[in-house]
Design a protein around this ligand. Structure first.
Ligand SMILES: [Fe+2]
Length: 348
């Protein structure tokens, strides 16, 4: 994806992100092939930039495919959870195949979707949260060198990690604040409930069950339900734990204030060695970028620009195209070469 001034836009280029006007109304949808009329329309609507597909990439189609797959899994999740809870082996195996399809897609696409920023744009509804956790976990699994089978096991564990919440009173789940001690420990019991559900559902591997049962354990032993530490915790659980916290924090922030992916990202890094396994946190750093390509940002030197390139292994220090003089000229600014400057905010 790249950013193009509307005045330089060519016919037949493909719009990569929805073009919105100041009121948030969609003027052109992602995937639209530009015509002369579109260019005139954008100009008359005072649109200065658009995001377009890079010629050599066809990831508009790919992203759509991911969205369609996600939606499909999402629609089938309530049924999938029900089948597993009621122990219907054939149906639950069938339902979990949807997750496999998603993993197949992720394996095919490699790095295309590893932008943390994209993860946040949902509410914290359990199914969506579980799905996001599963997708993130799959990317981490790839970085850890998992083969296809193990990756599918991991993503199933991740999508099922909160299945135990089904047995917890919904009111308690949604309450989240001002819980009494008793209520709090009931909510925490969802890890044990998850273990029980998966144990009685046939055909779920021991590794998946551990991933679910231990996803709130911490490497320093201060987690629950058992207070396991370090090597006692399964690797699946350690991966799920990082992805679970990241997606949950991102979703919550989204409600309250303007979302800052850096904050959620820092929270993961700062939990290394206490909440999280340092090996997993390092992989997390290597795998995901904080700011996606095309993201409009403001820097601490008061300049504004767009993320145009990532620096491998430096997820929060991309290369920014700075725009100056009423969009008259621009230049590239590498945050890796200019370590005294940071991204201060994302401009929506
Ligand atoms: Fe949980």
């Amino acid at each position: 994806m790249r950013i193009v001034f509307v005045k330089n836009l060519n016919v037949d280029e493909v719009i990569k992100k929805n073009v919105l006007n100041g009121d948030g109304k969609i003027l052109l949808k992602a995937g639209t092939k530009i015509t002369r009329e579109h260019i005139n329309y954008l100009k008359s609507s005072m649109i200065v930039f658009v995001y377009v597909e890079d010629e050599m990439l066809s990831d508009v189609r790919i992203d759509f495919e991911m969205e369609i797959l996600k939606e499909d899994v999402l629609n089938k999740m309530p049924r999938m959870f029900d089948e597993i809870v009621s122990g219907n082996y054939v149906e639950s195996t069938e339902a979990l195949k949807n997750v496999e399809t998603l993993v197949d897609h992720i394996i095919e696409e490699g790095e295309v979707n590893t932008n943390l920023f994209e993860v946040k744009a949902y509410d914290d509804y359990t199914y969506i949260h579980s799905l996001d956790t599963s997708i993130m976990a799959s990317f981490l699994g790839i970085s850890l060198g998992y083969d296809e089978n193990r990756l599918k096991e991991l993503s199933k564990a991740a999508i099922l990690h909160d299945i135990g919440k089904i047995k917890v009173d919904n009111e308690l789940i949604n309450k989240s604040s001002d819980l009494t001690n008793e209520e709090f420990s009931e909510v925490r019991r969802h890890a044990i409930y998850g273990l029980e559900i998966l144990k009685s559902a046939k055909g779920i591997s021991e590794e998946i069950i551990k991933g679910v049962a231990e996803h709130h354990e911490r490497v320093d032993g201060k987690g629950y339900p058992l207070g396991l530490s370090g090597e006692q915790i399964s690797q699946f659980a350690k991966i799920i734990s990082v992805c679970d916290v990241f997606t949950a924090v991102s979703a919550n922030r989204c409600y309250r204030d303007r979302f800052d992916p850096k904050e959620a990202y820092e929270l993961i890094l700062s939990g290394s060695g206490t909440m999280f396994d340092p090996v997993i946190v390092n992989k997390f750093r290597e795998t995901f970028y904080v700011y996606p390509l095309g993201c409009h940002v403001k820097l601490s030197n008061n300049k504004e620009g767009y993320v145009v390139k990532q620096n491998k292994k430096f997820p929060d220090r991309p290369i920014i195209r700075i725009i100056e003089g009423d969009n008259q000229f621009f230049y590239e600014f590498d945050l890796l070469q200019n370590t005294n400057v940071v991204i201060e905010e994302i401009i929506m």
